[in-house]
Ligand binder design. Structure first.
Ligand code: COA
Length: 314
């Protein structure tokens, strides 16, 4: 029988050892712990070591997800990596991770949708598994944001960090992932971008903030309507970890108490495509989710791009 769904069966994550807290960052640029915490909810971020890159971090997260699933790398027949910060222009990060893991032959490619990258990658893997084109997928979000951040620009450098998160999806007869929703509007490219290779990230923070709150509110409604659900049916919100105020605004639209929202932004800041899988793994490690519960994943990022996934925990 053809599988009709995919199920998320395991998670893994990796944060580099080096922690840069707001106090230390205040010695680099003119800012303060109070300002950063009040505006963003961020206390610290992790930075990749010299010589450590996206492939290293992605491989670590993938190994942990494989171990949690009780699978070998050779059981995987699809690898999708969401990243904005590949170590090389090519080969893709997915191919380099595949070589490290040692599962030659599996399809492997990258997805670039900035902070929404993991949702785009998850939606793509879901389609492969639903159609029968693959049976077991490794989906990774990884970023070395520290390499594209301008460490002299206090309006952006306070926000970002490095890390990786991974999930394993398996084709199944039961959901699993109930629906995914992806959008983009390239007219807003200039509000959040790295204008050229070798240059730094630039952002119009206020405008990005307003668009993020609006589009995330809309996509939450779109996801509920597509599934004939009320906001009270959602058990957990697993949001992109960009800013606590954006997360709170979405939770308010869902009338969801913050105890039902997975929040990790405080300890790692915005890790772009890695934020959602880092938050997922954080909650899984703490045994937060119960079988049958409904999880709403959402993200917003440069492009602009935005997306969501609704899944029933199994
Ligand atoms: N420390 C201290 N002061 C700072 C500062 C910092 N790190 N960064 C900016 N400021 C100052 C500004 O210079 C400005 O000073 P002025 O009033 O004298 O001109 C003041 O703080 C207010 O700046 P503003 O940009 O209006 O602040 P804000 O309330 O919009 O907060 C962000 C800035 C970046 C925290 C906020 O816009 C934001 O979070 N935006 C969304 C970013 C995001 O999530 N991007 C990724 C999406 S995936």
């Amino acid at each position: 029988m053809m599988p009709n769904y995919s199920q998320l069966i395991a998670t893994g994550s990796y944060l580099p050892e080096r922690v840069l807290d707001n106090h230390e960052l205040s010695t680099w640029v003119d800012t303060s712990d109070e300002w950063i915490v009040a505006r963003t909810g961020i206390h610290s971020r992790h930075l990749a070591a010299e010589g450590q890159g996206s492939v290293d971090m992605a491989t670590r997260a993938a190994e942990r997800a494989l171990a949690a699933a009780g699978l070998q790398a050779t059981d995987i027949d699809l690898i999708i990596v969401a990243t904005t910060t590949p170590d090389q222009i090519f080969p893709s990060t997915a191919c380099l991770v595949q070589a490290r893991l040692g599962n030659q032959g599996a399809a492997a490619f990258d997805v670039q949708a900035v902070c929404t990258g993991f949702i785009y990658a998850l939606a793509t893997a879901d389609q492969f598994l639903r159609s029968g084109a693959a049976t077991t997928a490794l989906v990774i979000g990884v970023e070395t944001m520290s390499r594209i951040v301008d460490w002299q620009d206090r309006s952006t450098c306070i926000l970002f960090g490095d890390g990786a998160g991974a999930v394993i999806l398996r084709a199944a007869q039961q959901p699993g992932i109930l629906s995914t929703h992806l959008h983009a509007d390239g007219r807003y490219a200039e509000l959040l971008q790295v204008p050229q290779a070798e240059s730094h990230l630039t952002m119009q923070g206020n405008a990005v903030f307003r668009m993020a709150v609006r589009t995330l509110g809309d996509i939450v409604q779109e996801t509920l309507s597509a599934n004939g659900l009320q906001s009270s049916d959602i058990d957990w919100l697993v949001p992109h970890q960009a800013n606590i105020r954006i997360i709170q605004a979405t939770a308010e639209k869902l009338a969801l108490p913050m105890e039902r929202v997975v929040v990790t932004v405080g300890k790692h800041g915005n890790v772009s495509a890695a934020s959602v899988p880092l938050a997922l793994d954080h909650a899984v490690q703490r045994n937060c989710f119960r079988p049958g519960q409904l999880l709403l994943l959402e993200a917003f990022g440069g492009g602009f791009t935005w997306g969501s996934a609704l899944l029933r925990w199994t």
